[in-house]
Design a protein around this ligand. Sequence first.
Ligand code: SF4
Length: 471
Amino acid sequence: MLNIIGSKRLEALKDKCGIFGIYGKGEDVARISFFGLYSLQHRGQEGAGITVTDGRRLKSVKGLGLVPSVFDKAKIESLTGFAAIGHTRYSTTGGNKLCNVQPIVLDFGPDQFALAHNGNIINAMELIKTLPKTVKLESTSDTEIMGHVIKNSPGRTWEEKILNSFEKLQGAFSMVALTKNKLLVFRDTFGFRPLVLGKLNGGAYVACSETCALDTIGARYVRDVAPGEVIIVDEKGFTVAGRVKSKRKSFCLFEYVYLARPDSIINKQLVHQVRQRSGELLSYEAPVAADMVVAVPDSGTSAAIGYSKASGIPYGEVLIKNRYIGRTFIQPEHKIREMGVKIKFNPLRQIVKGKRIIIVDDSIVRGTTIKKIVKVLKSCGAKKIHVRVTSPPVTDPCYFGIDTPDKNQLIASHMKVKQIEKHIGADSLAFLSLDGLIKASRLKSGILCSACFDGRYPMPVTGGFRKDVFE
Ligand code: SF4
């Protein structure tokens, strides 16, 4: 058996985090948070945590690894209370430390404040300088800095402080926060990362990164948290504390390409359908004669189905993915990555032999995985390999909560499409146009961030803080 190929997750851009929050007297909030986080595992696999409140103190369980390896029955049962927040985390190089696993809990005497964050604060280094000298940071996380910035912002209540901190916090933040007696939910004014509200049958409100978590716990979707909005959930129910005006919206287009789960609905669009439409549009933009359309599993599957449907070329499978690769596989260290390279996918040699194959992938970042896939399929006797990518070339790094390599490691930042085609050994290579991707999202380009494809950042990022510099 010929085992191949690289980690798709290591090759692709990685989301920083998934977040979950619940307020529900009489509900098993820790267990519900566990299942919510389980369904947000794709947004971060290197650490997880849950913090609960019983009205007197906050209590947390946190650890490195996948959600089910961090929590067992006893740990979940130790987290008693009526409200909780949780987090799944992806770290960057050197950032895989327990002190950075969220929720981050800040002790201000009798007052405690816990935060779980999806995003990235680009001016965190400057913000540190504005904090009182007495502040001692205990992590290397921008989220801890956010907590102190909020604490030191004017306001009588936490929600007032949060609203007053918005103008200082530059970057992306979809957040859930917990005090002794309430859950707070808020989102930056650009709305980079998704954040939705739901409700359980018993009346408990939940907030989470994606609607797939609502489905998992049996909650009904209520609405998206609007950019700039601060929401309180407490014994009175759900209240909008205020909304900081959006100068410009900038939802991350890459959520549709790769980051979100296909069964999530984001901005009223089912992610699977957006990906399918991307594949359809790519088949019109870059047709080619072939015997079968296949996907790089699993993220390319929806798009490959769309390409096949629109082109009339049958869809098939030639790469079987090992679905049980655990945490060690996704550690970012080079050595582990090289080990992972050999176990992720296995090709169906008998099906590949003699075929002209269109392989559909969602993105090319460094180009390492697709190069290996092309090589292996050719070694299995494929007659032609045509690579079709359902996003434009990734030319620029992300500063808003996605782990992209530096610009010089992005293959499309220094190679033209024809050069990449040659580099990966494909018989042809084509990318979906940015217009095509935006069309597939059915959203207006003015409310989307597409900076990693066109370098047009929605805010100045020169000298900007990236999490691989700090976290
Ligand atoms: S730069 Fe790319 S990955 Fe980052 S928020 Fe913008 S679209 Fe998303």
